[in-house]
Design a protein around this ligand. Structure first.
Ligand code: FCB
Length: 449
């Protein structure tokens, strides 16, 4: 039987996680404190008052987790490194026990023919660097470059795919802007400084990684959402342009050599959040940020519908559909298709991966221990269908990582939101593949369905 949806030969199938969300072992073997340790230990910050202290205990259960990945037929695994596990104070000297953990993980993966994709920064900044201002301070970008050097020297012989940052928009605007994430600062001026230093640190790290890891493919992962105006009124079109600038162009434009978008610079200046340019963006910064990369990682879960809430007598013509995941995120696969086409046409990016996509649904084991999660399977099938359409239309998208391999600590939501294709029993730490995981395995085997 031939498949109805067939991906191109060599399309890469994987799953993603991040260090703070799964590792636990927050004080083991010389690890330093991260801003997420500090934040989750602060009362009131996490919805269910939990923390990543234990999480999935992946630090101790790692070999079994890699065996599970092999059982699922994964071809690639995207994970992040805990910076304070490796550099407890953010800077050298390094902690060899921390580095050894990732060394063993990489070897386990390679032994099972699973390609490691390393994310250097998935939000767990060493607390010691936050004491100096964190990402709002330029010195953190310098420290990041040293960190990139240390780990790519150690792992660069075997790891050939590197992602500098995960979702700098979230790190900057939720960490320093609305304060919903660590370090919990509410100051748009600091958020904008953080966004620049995150991008700058990417630009500085790319050549260092290339130097230490011959033949490496290096990129960055952004959270991107296609933005639609709620109506064709001028006010809503303006709102859509603003939202697109805020979420997407603020990162895409400088990465692809276009400087920060002029409309957003103007707006942020007017709001008083952006200092005179010379104070933040120094000579050479924009050239560094625009360093050529091999791929862009796209994280996508939903679309955005923009509306000028102050506009009167202006009924919206586009409303969210009534299909939401348990995060309250609208299920909108066509948004991902449109986003991919737009990225391709607008930025001519050489190679794209979906580095995260998935859904939070809470189904657990039934009386037979089986986990039936049909909504997740449908979600994945619809989004993969949209991706397939984009590939057919010529978008150079070469791989897909489901978020997430297993249920884990969902940041400010704690353990209540379950994104895994594998269920985690947080009492026993047992892992149980959900029906969606079995389905995903067959998709990988058939390169489609
Ligand atoms: C993304 C994060 C990831 C996970 C998913 C649901 O923004 O990169 O760690 O929390 O959302």
């Amino acid at each position: 039987m031939t498949n109805t949806v067939q991906f191109p030969d060599g399309f890469l199938w994987g799953a993603a996680t991040s260090s703070y969300q799964i590792e636990g072992a927050w004080q083991a073997d010389g690890k330093g404190e991260s801003i997420w340790d500090r934040f989750s230990h602060t009362p009131g910050k996490i919805k269910d008052a939990s923390s990543g202290d234990v999480a999935c205990d992946h630090y101790n259960l790692m070999p079994g987790d890699v065996a599970l990945m092999a059982d699922l037929g994964l071809q690639a695994y995207r994970f992040s490194l805990s910076w304070p596990r490796i550099l407890p104070n953010g800077r050298t000297p390094s902690n060899s026990a921390g580095l050894d953990f990732y060394d063993r993980l990489v070897d386990e993966l390679l032994a099972k023919n699973i390609a490691p994709f390393i994310t250097l920064y998935h939000w767990d900044l060493p607390q010691a660097l936050q004491e100096e201002g964190g990402w709002a301070s330029r010195s953190t970008a310098e420290a990041f470059t040293t960190y990139a050097d240390v780990v790519s020297q150690k792992l660069g012989d075997r790891v050939k795919n590197w992602i500098t940052h995960n979702e700098p928009w979230v790190a900057a605007f939720m960490g320093y802007g609305n304060g919903e994430h660590a370090p919990g600062i509410k100051d748009m001026a600091q958020a904008l400084r953080a966004s620049h230093h995150l991008l700058l640190s990417h630009g500085w790290a790319v050549p260092v990684i290339r130097q230490n890891s011959p033949g490496a493919q290096v990129g960055i992962t952004l959270n991107l959402s296609q933005v639609y105006a709620a109506s064709s009124s001028w006010a809503d079109l303006q709102a859509a342009r603003y939202t697109d600038g805020f979420l997407n162009r603020w990162f895409l434009d400088p990465l692809y050599g276009r400087h920060y978008p002029a409309d957003m610079v103007h707006t942020y200046r007017q709001q008083g959040h952006l200092p005179a340019e010379s104070a933040l963006v120094q000579p050479g910064d924009l050239e560094a940020i625009a360093v050529p990369t091999d791929f862009l990682g796209v994280n996508n879960y939903s679309r955005a519908i923009a509306r000028d809430e102050t506009a009167v007598n202006n009924p919206p013509t586009l409303l969210p559909n009534d299909n939401f995941t348990e995060m309250g995120w609208e299920v909108a696969p066509e948004g991902l298709r449109d986003l991919l086409l737009r990225l391709h046409l607008d930025y001519r990016i050489p190679k794209l991966y979906i580095t995260e996509n998935g859904a939070s649904y809470g189904e657990g084991p039934d009386e037979n221990g089986r986990i039936q999660d049909p909504r997740r399977q449908l979600f994945l099938q619809q989004y993969l269908g949209a991706i397939h359409q984009a590939v057919q239309a010529g978008v150079p998208l070469v791989g897909y990582f489901v978020w997430s391999l297993m249920d884990n600590f969902e940041w400010a939501f704690g353990y209540k939101q379950r994104f895994g294709i594998v269920y985690v029993n947080y009492e026993t730490l047992e892992r149980l593949p959900k029906d969606s995981a079995h389905w995903y395995r067959s998709v990988i085997q058939q390169n489609g369905w």
